[in-house]
Design a protein around this ligand. Sequence first.
Ligand SMILES: [Zn+2]
Length: 161
Amino acid sequence: MVRSPAICPVCRAEGSLEAHGYYERDTTDDDGVVLQFQVRRFRCRHCRKTVSCLPRFAQPYRVVNSNTIGAYFSGQRTGRGIERNTARLERYWQRFAEWAVQLSNAISLSPGPAPPTEPLALWHVLRTIGRGLGQCTLGFVRDFGVTFFGAYICHRRPALA
Ligand SMILES: [Zn+2]
């Protein structure tokens, strides 16, 4: 059971979200096998947008799970979860590298020194904040409207890469 968020992420109205069904999504397990799970959706009574609450093990718009992506980005190249999804993970890294400057700019609104824009340096900073890529993504989406791979459009039904 997923509780509805207190504040609508689109219009910031309080207590306006009501349950609005589910949608099916894919993600990989630790062995890299694709599984389906259900994501709870909510609709805002105020702005009428639908929003969903993705669990932190899954990435928006990406089928490979957060831990596997984080391990690959940190240099791990073995393990079934990685070996079964190497081509996808290479594309994810390419996408992250292309997005790194914009991502750095987007999150530099937070206090402290500006994060690096070089992709590997940026990753090594990001991996140390929060508790892994999944947790970090939740904060980025909530605070800056971005993920590790692009802008986050929260009411769009995600297409998986
Ligand atoms: Zn709203």
